[in-house]
Design a protein around this ligand. Sequence first.
Ligand code: CS2
Length: 506
Amino acid sequence: MTPRLHPSSLDTLPAAVARPAFDRYALQPGIVHLGIGAFMRAHLAPITEAALAAGDTRFGIVGVSLRQPDTRDALAPQDGLYTLAVRDADEHGRRRERLQVVGAVLSVLVAPEHPQAVLDQIADPATRIVSLTVTEKGYCLDPATGRLRRDHPDIAHDLVQSADAVAPVSAIGFLVRGLAARRAQGRGPVTLLSLDNLPANGHTLRGAVLAFAEAVDPSLALWIDTHCTFPCSMVDRIVPRTTDADRDAISTALGLRDAWPVLGESFLDWAVEDRFAAGRPDWTLGGARFVAAAEPWEHLKLRMVNGTHSCIAYLSVMAGWTTVDMAITQPDLRAFIEVLMREEIEPTLPDLPGLDLAAYRQSLLQRYANPALAHRTKQIAMDGSQKLPQRLLGTVRDRLRDGSSVARLGLAVAAWLHFLRGVDELGQPYPIDDPQAEALTALHRATIGQRLDREAVGAMLGHAPVFGDLAGRAPLVDAVCVALQSLALRGVAGTLRQWAESGEHA
Ligand code: CS2
């Protein structure tokens, strides 16, 4: 049997595999990370690794899983070690892979099993940063307004907990209860760092944390506001879900069994505001950038990368294109996405001195075409209700404000609505993986599932938790209605063909 990846087996790795270049046992646990999934393990951890390798021992990472024990179960026998496989393709489409064993993660806590251990870790004097990748829905916000939903079941549960019997379930609940313990124990300041795809993610996190704290104890909210910082940041790296075939192939390449390696493209951009209450690693050593304001970069990335990603995902799931690279090799889809960026998204972007948007657009199309990633379109399609507002609807709002066309954005929104019918164009059913799935499916069935007219589309767009003030905006209703009718009549490929033939791509 292949031996397990473990600190004691590192010497047997092939020479080409990078490995921790520091004494892991000398590290302090300076970062507590909530939501230790593949995304974080493919950016924050390897970027921090570079600073640890340069001799900063303050920032070992304690990961927290808020729900499942699976990451802990995979990583504990490996003493926290795992492999990052950075995958690209050469000009012939052949996969190129660089393997790195990452040692920055010291341990993984499973919150439902040991909630007190998570709170203690947040309160620990060694903790300087609490970071989060809990996905959009993990913040329990109203997607349309970005405010904390006090009626969200997890938040409602965490708010009624009494101080002496605390077992929160939400990320916000853990943060605030952990900070309360920090204050009670007289510990110092700490930085709360969101790494999720949310607009102004630091401000959004701050708003949610303070709203929760205010409801528990206004003096705690004041303490948090005085002792904590919430830098905004933008992270960009495509991280497809690891498959069993990836596990096997990477384990074979290592000569050691890794139960949960992670994958990523070679592209990596992390722009983070330099506002840290208790120090931070020199993340520039791992390729990060410190910026005065991350918001313009978030704007760029959410609209260009995530907006087009979601558009590709919904069209592709319907058409049966299973991966992003497969989708983007369809000439009509590629042309549509390119023009969507150029004509409807880019004009809404803030000024980013030094950024060549045309080059950014081309490099993005190239990243999507990376065949070594095999990024599943269904993975991106999940949680649309939480993603659409910041990815597509902000762009729609900006364009409607100055009377510009939203025809292509309308097709992107229509693609999501079309996808909500739960069956692709080949007749294959699929589940809608979305916290609002039930309400959305019911609304779909009662409206556009019956007939595709302006009234039905208007009713669908009246779903306030997603569309907010866009409900009833005639130009959007019109654009979505035309696009939905075309998708129903011609299908995805036929609709994209028509766009191409109409000459609008010129
Ligand atoms: C994707 C993102 O799954 C999704 O919704 O759009 O995870 C995307 O791959 C990353 O944000 C890229 O930086």
